[in-house]
Design a protein around this ligand. Structure first.
Ligand code: FMN
Length: 196
């Protein structure tokens, strides 16, 4: 199967550090790997409404939700490129992930079976120097991948506050060169890995 990477950009501003870092990593992908880039801010999703237990969940009718569902289902690799906002993913990104809960129940979408075995990656930039403060973001993505029985490629982290700052982060740029080279294992929840 041809690999197809979907980059979901979750910053609330255009041309931010997270997108810059994601593009640096994507430059290293082989030419036969397809890439699709979607800025969530340019395709806003309506407020998520939890209809999971109110009868069958309908396929989305909203254009942006339909586009995102189709793009997600078509991706062998989903790259969540979200800046660190309040130590976790941005609101735009969180809303996209909330939609996954509805998509799991859309008849005919086969969302869970389709996504199982595919790979979730993260790219993120934060202003603080200490990367450990981004643990909630990393945990959100790791656990989401584990819940979906997806592989988890980890999170490529960079440092920066103002636009373009991340281009001065040599360590992040170095890590970007090989980030997508690894072949990730199936994600596991922390309680499944403790004791290894
Ligand atoms: C709403 C908001 C919350 C933020 N929260 C954090 C945070 O918790 N920790 C941190 O280090 N930086 C935080 N930042 C700074 C951003 O992570 C930083 O500016 C990053 O470069 C933004 O990425 P972008 O350029 O891709 O938008 C926050 C910025 C905003 C706008």
């Amino acid at each position: 199967m041809t690999r197809r990477f979907l980059f979901v950009l979750g910053s609330a501003r255009a041309d931010g550090n997270t997108e810059l870092l994601a593009r640096r990593a994507a430059e290293q992908l082989p030419p036969d790997v397809e890439q699709q880039w979607i800025r969530l801010a340019e395709h806003p999703l309506p407020d998520f409404v939890d209809l999971r237990h109110d009868g069958p969940v309908q396929a989305p009718t909203d254009d942006n939700a339909t586009r995102l569902l189709d793009a997600t289902l078509a991706a062998t690799d989903v790259v969540v490129a979200s800046p660190v906002y309040w130590y976790s993913v941005s609101g735009l990104t969180k809303r996209y992930l909330d939609y996954w809960s509805g998509w799991l129940r859309v008849p005919g979408a086969d969302f869970r079976a389709t996504m199982a075995g595919r790979t979730l990656w993260g790219v993120s930039v934060l202003a603080e120097e200490e990367e450990v403060v981004a643990d909630p973001l990393v945990g959100t993505l790791n656990n989401s991948a584990a819940y979906m029985k997806m592989r988890f490629g980890g999170v490529l982290l960079g440092n920066g506050s103002d636009r373009g700052d991340v281009l001065k982060d040599e360590r992040a740029l170095g890590r970007a060169k090989t980030f997508f080279v690894r072949e990730p294992a199936l994600a596991r929840f922390p309680h499944e890995t403790s004791g290894d």
